[in-house]
Design a protein around this ligand. Structure first.
Ligand SMILES: Nc1ncnc2c1ncn2[C@@H]1O[C@H](COP(=O)(O)OP(=O)(O)O)[C@@H](O)[C@H]1O
Ligand SMILES: [Mg+2]
Length: 221
């Protein structure tokens, strides 16, 4: 599903080059659950944004389902991203003025579902994350753990094959973390491919396979 060949990413900040990725060779098969662990600044978020087709590498290739992502035009790349990938971030990124259900419906807007179909799917996804009773709450009226469960439901809106999560439990207490992590395991059991980024070794162990990234290079854990 994912194959990267010698990915490199350099940022230029204040006239200095920052080498964020230094040759990433990563293969993730369909149905896998991979954790990538590494200290702050090791390139985790940079890698995830490239895997998520939000950014391009400077050098090397990234194939998603066999498609060379850097050769796609912006619109095609966005289409691929919306249909194949669901994202979950540390700070949730929910829309503050939309209710839980409306946040979940948002990605469906690009898919030509009728309002009724969107509503029905959002209600079903709310059930999946055990938050049916919070459908009309705003994010500010939810706990961190509940916000992340809504964000997971939103990530599932278009039934993606691949879930990319960047430190999804970073802002959660232990109990909420464990609920959220169990959700990723269940999603993987249901056939979703999961790539989970973390700096926490105990979280990394939940995955089928753990990798470590340091200074923009990946090694086996
Ligand atoms: N937009 C940017 N401009 C300049 N440097 C950046 C930018 N984004 C990240 N970096 C640098 O790239 C390196 C990797 O960052 P990042 O991928 O965010 O690491 P992590 O997620 O593992 O903490 C860091 O040294 C960081 O300072
Ligand atoms: Mg990061």
């Amino acid at each position: 599903m994912i194959e990267t060949v010698d990915l490199k990413k350099t940022y230029i900040a204040r006239n200095k080059e920052v080498y964020a990725l230094n040759g990433i060779n990563l293969q993730v098969d369909k149905g896998d659950f991979v954790s990538i662990m590494g200290p702050s600044g090791s390139g985790k978020s940079t890698l995830l944004s490239i895997l998520g087709c939000l950014d391009n590498a400077c050098q090397g290739s990234y194939y998603l389902n066999g498609i060379d992502v850097k050769r796609l035009k912006d619109r095609k790349r966005a289409q691929l991203r919306n249909s194949v990938i669901g994202f979950v971030f540390q700070s949730f990124f929910l829309m503050p003025r939309l209710s839980a259900a409306e946040n979940i419906e948002l990605p469906m807007l690009y898919y030509g579902l009728t309002p009724k179909e969107r509503h029905k799917r959002a209600q079903w996804l709310l059930e999946c994350v055990s938050l049916s009773d919070r459908a009309n709450h705003l994010p500010s009226e939810l706990s961190g753990g509940q916000c992340q469960r809504i964000a997971i439901a939103r990530a599932l809106a278009n039934d993606p094959e691949l879930i990319l999560a960047d430190e999804p439990t970073g802002n959660l207490d232990q109990e909420a973390s464990s609920v959220v992590l169990d959700m990723f395991s269940v999603l993987n059991e249901q056939g979703k491919t999961v790539v989970l980024i973390t700096h926490d070794g105990t979280i990394a162990k939940k995955a089928k396979r753990s990798l470590v990234i340091r200074n923009g290079i990946i090694n086996n854990a």
